[in-house]
Design a protein around this ligand. Sequence first.
Ligand code: NDP
Length: 332
Amino acid sequence: MRWGLIGASSIAANHMIGAIRGAGGDIRSVLSSSAERATSYAAENGIPRGFDDLDALLAEGDVDAVYISTTNEKHFAQALAAIGAGLHVLCEKPLAMTVADAVTMVRAAADAGVTFATNHHLRNAGSHLAIHEAVQAGRVGTVLSVRVFHAVHLPPFLQGWRIDNPGAGGGVIPDIVVHDADTVRFHLGEDPVNVVAMDAASGLGQGVEDSAMSVWSMPSGAMVMTHESFTHAHARTGLEIHGTEGSIIARNVMTQAPVGEITLRTAAGEEALTFARHDLYARGMELFHAAARGEGRPAADGVDGVKSLAVAAAVAKAARTGQRTAVDYGGI
Ligand code: NDP
């Protein structure tokens, strides 16, 4: 598959270029808003052509699919243009600035018959696949609650638009709550119904929140609590799933690297769950390529991206209003 990169981003350079090539993809073009940066990024990453005009890339870029990793406010128009050109689309999270826009993107892709996916990497982690399997196999019994620990320290090279530009989709809620929502949906197989939340600026955020805590109700009656932050240098991440028959305690698993430890605790004692330590993004690309060939589905599809954004939007609204807020999935 021939690929175009829409966005000369860090995530593409650090993870996705390797993942696309590792899955057999051929990256033909890259788009930047700056012609100079398009040229330098293309040269640094061995990409034949750099563009500063999206229509030109879509017309002449020699691509079958695009990976969109610009800042969040650009995803909507760029995805619609790529879909209109008949291309498959892998889009970064959050899919868009609003749930309504994300729904429009997903419906446009369905109408055009192209593959559309959301780059929620955690579903691809060996750790989360092992947790998913244990929950589905009933090893914790009926799930009572989930606790997500996703307070990290944003590295300096990412402290740009994320900490001071709400117009570009900055803030920890669009950045991290979407991943937590997708991960909880993946493990529990159900969608949050109502949320309560508070947020704060705790050292990095300028005009956007850099920390959030929320509680979600699930259709089954399970409760979910999550903590996201850009300012916690020493907290480390984790996920716990507590059920009637056991608890899963996973540490250092809400991350981009194939790391972490998982313990299953039941009446019989404690057991370490082992898992595969493959590259998360590489697995996502393998599944995307297969889906575009008509085999299976992407790890997280467009509907998954709409739903993770809907939860984040509800958390943002609940934090702003102080009100318990129903999650609005935009009719999807
Ligand atoms: P970056 O800030 O690295 O890139 C976003 C845009 O900023 C680029 O498209 C580029 O614009 C511009 N830019 C980047 N570096 C420079 C630079 N050195 N000089 C000038 N401009 C620059 O963002 P991220 O890669 O961190 O995030 C991009 C998207 O990917 C977001 O939607 C984010 O939410 C998502 N993401 C997803 C992750 C995941 O695991 N799924 C992890 C990290 C990010 P231009 O293209 O116009 O040159």
